[in-house]
Write a protein that binds this ligand. Structure first.
Ligand code: UDP
Length: 249
């Protein structure tokens, strides 16, 4: 097991991308479904307010540090996460790895038609990634047993769930025991990126940790939710100051 780093109650695995990939590949050789979530600063703030979400995250088999903000907070708190491991990059590495070890996937999430487009693009780039099924993410509660049945009949090794956070983490937590997959991962808007209906921030912005700015420019309606980013940094600074009482001169 890898070391865990506590960021405001969320216990993140201190892994590099290589270690995260290794952990994901080990799950493929196991019998029970491994759950991977990708907490960023926004999700950590949501979990800070929602204790159910906090315990759902902490019950995962792997929590990767998805975002420059999380890594920066770990440094401020002297807990030094090794590096940012973004969810989409890990998914790409898992697809890439199918060249060595073919694997089957089911894609759940996105607007109707999006998962299908993603499946076509993924298959054309990674022919050894077998997409055995897909379903959009706008379903009603009553449809869930039918969707679970569809997934189990398709027999994917890996289930990618992109319903947005925290919906996807809650959905996975509530249903993973009914799913006969080996790895289940919450992937947020990644399905849209593979489908070509959303784009990633340019490399220079990703390297500078400015994905949040790119998302704000592309989707200004997210601004309310993104107020959690400064809240996250403020909470980090407060925690730091509390842990180091001022000395009188
Ligand atoms: N989504 C979905 N079902 C829902 C709500 C959202 O499938 O009920 C999808 C949405 O179409 C998009 C993804 O979930 O593909 C959420 O994307 P977002 O960028 O908001 O994800 P996050 O920031 O949470 O990673």
């Amino acid at each position: 097991m890898t070391e865990k780093v506590d960021i405001h109650g969320v216990k993140i695995n201190n892994v590099t991308m290589e270690e995260a990939l290794d952990c994901a590949l080990k799950m493929l050789e196991s019998d029970k479904p491994g759950r991977i979530y990708t907490p960023n600063s926004e999700i950590i703030m949501q979990a800070y307010r929602d204790k159910t979400l906090m315990s759902i995250l902490n019950d995962a088999d792997l929590l990767i540090p998805d975002g420059a903000g999380v890594v920066l907070a770990s440094r401020i708190l002297n807990k030094n996460l090794k590096e940012k491991v973004s969810g989409i990059d890990l998914v790409k590495r898992i697809f890439e790895n199918t060249k060595k070890r073919p694997a089957s996937f089911f894609i759940l999430g996105g607007k109707p038609g999006v998962a299908e487009k993603a499946a076509i693009n993924i298959y054309s780039e990674y022919p050894k990634a077998k997409i055995v099924g897909y379903h959009h993410g706008y379903f009603k509660e009553v449809q869930i047993p039918e969707i679970i049945d569809q997934i189990n009949k398709a027999k994917p090794e890996i289930l990618l769930v992109g319903l947005g956070a925290p919906k996807q983490e809650k959905w996975i937590h509530n249903h993973y025991k009914q799913l006969s997959c080996k790895l289940i991962m919450g992937v947020g808007g990644t399905i849209d990126v593979f489908a070509g209906t959303a784009t990633l921030a340019p490399e220079f912005m990703r390297k500078a940790g400015l994905e949040w700015l790119y998302r704000l420019i592309k989707q200004p309606s997210r601004y309310k939710r993104m107020l959690d980013l400064p809240r996250f940094m403020l909470l980090t600074l407060k925690t730091k100051l509390r842990s180091k009482p001022h000395q009188k001169s």
